[in-house]
Design a protein around this ligand. Structure first.
Ligand SMILES: C[S@@+](CC[C@H](N)C(=O)[O-])C[C@H]1O[C@@H](n2cnc3c(N)ncnc32)[C@H](O)[C@@H]1O
Length: 331
């Protein structure tokens, strides 16, 4: 099954995601590519563990989905988003038994190591999300990234490193076969948490069922409001040190569209928060009492983050700049 970010809870629970098999171990694979690892690895268990796969590539997602469906792996969920977002916002504390990373992108160029997944912050996050006895398995052909990851795990203060042989299934992935054909060897390590300090999930919530709690504002537009052009608007916030108050965000209002069916407009906004980006629509709709409602639309399945609430604020402030008078802030 394929899940979108908006299909999850923040944090979620294995019992909700896998209602038929809630008591099985829970395995996360990061960057599953075309999905060859899981059918091989799952077959080494008497019953397939619950599986969550996260990938950035939509093409890979579809290939892997077909492969897992054909293998009859019903308790497998695939999702397309950055791994960091999934692990931080969706995975509960002490939720996972295993995190598998096979042949992660090595970002080999000088100055690009900040793009690597396996750095101190990810190890600390992973230690918080793994159960006692859980671990991360890394298999990679890239010697330099392997050493870097081992150093980062030690530096995290919450992981110990064991070098062992990779599971056979990790040698059957598309990249494993590619490196094998080139005659290259692989490195494998287990990263085992030595502490499970909780890392907060942040203030993310699903799109509310109750419309009154959707981020919004109520305002009066001047009679003269009839925009014929729109200049892009960008606002940035460097973020709070307190993760529960949300991190840095950038909001770009890209365009404004007039409704043809009823009195109103829609703003297209691009919201960036670390690895997470969302394109959201914010409606500006006439109400019976003559005021207008500025509200985040459900279209596109947005989740409510600090940056998405801020986007409603950016639209509201832009309208104030067009002489609107705000009656109520609800964001
Ligand atoms: C070198 S490929 C390896 C694919 C597969 N594991 C294999 O062994 O064949 C790395 C994969 O990780 C994915 N990826 C890179 N960064 C990611 C991230 N932050 N979150 C999720 N997937 C990511 C890429 O899209 C790519 O498919």
């Amino acid at each position: 099954m394929i899940a979108r970010l908006s299909d999850f809870r923040f944090p979620d629970a294995a019992a909700r995601l896998y209602p038929d098999t809630p008591d099985r171990p829970w395995v996360l694979e990061v960057g599953f590519g075309d999905g060859r690892f899981w059918p091989h690895f799952a077959a080494t268990f008497p019953e397939a563990p619950n599986y969550l796969g996260v990938e950035l590539s939509g093409v890979s997602l579809l290939k892997a989905h077909r492969r897992l469906r054909d293998a009859g792996l019903d308790n497998a969920i695939l999702t397309k988003m950055p791994a960091d977002v999934l692990v931080r916002s969706v995975i509960p504390h002490a939720g996972l038994d295993l995190i598998v990373v096979n042949f992660p992108d090595p970002w080999p160029k000088a100055g690009h190591t900040d793009h690597r997944l396996l750095r101190v912050p990810f190890f600390q996050l992973a230690a918080s999300r793994l159960k006692p006895g859980g671990m991360i398995l890394l298999t990679t052909d890239h010697d330099e990234y392997f050493e870097f990851a081992c150093e980062q795990a030690e530096a995290s203060g919450v992981m110990r490193v064991e070098s062992t042989d990779p599971p056979a299934a990790a040698l059957e992935t598309k990249y494993a076969l590619k490196w094998r054909d080139l005659g290259l060897g692989v490195n494998h390590a287990r990263f085992i948490p030595t502490a499970h300090q909780p890392v907060p999930h942040g203030p993310t919530t699903p799109y509310p069922e109750d419309p009154t709690t959707v981020p919004h504002a109520v305002l009066t537009l001047p009679d003269t409001f009839n925009p014929q052009t729109f200049e892009k608007v960008t606002e940035r916030n460097p973020g709070s040190r307190n993760a529960d108050e949300g991190g840095a965000w950038t909001v770009i209002l890209l365009d404004l569209y007039a409704g043809l069916r009823r009195d109103g407009w829609v703003v297209l906004a691009h919201v960036v928060e670390g690895e997470l980006t969302q394109e959201v629509l914010i409606g500006i709709t006439a109400r019976e009492d003559g005021t207008h409602l500025v509200r985040l639309a459900k279209f596109g399945g947005p989740i409510i983050t600090t940056g998405v609430k801020a986007a409603v604020g950016v639209v509201t402030r832009w309208l104030e700049g067009q002489d609107a008078v705000v009656k109520h802030h609800g964001y």
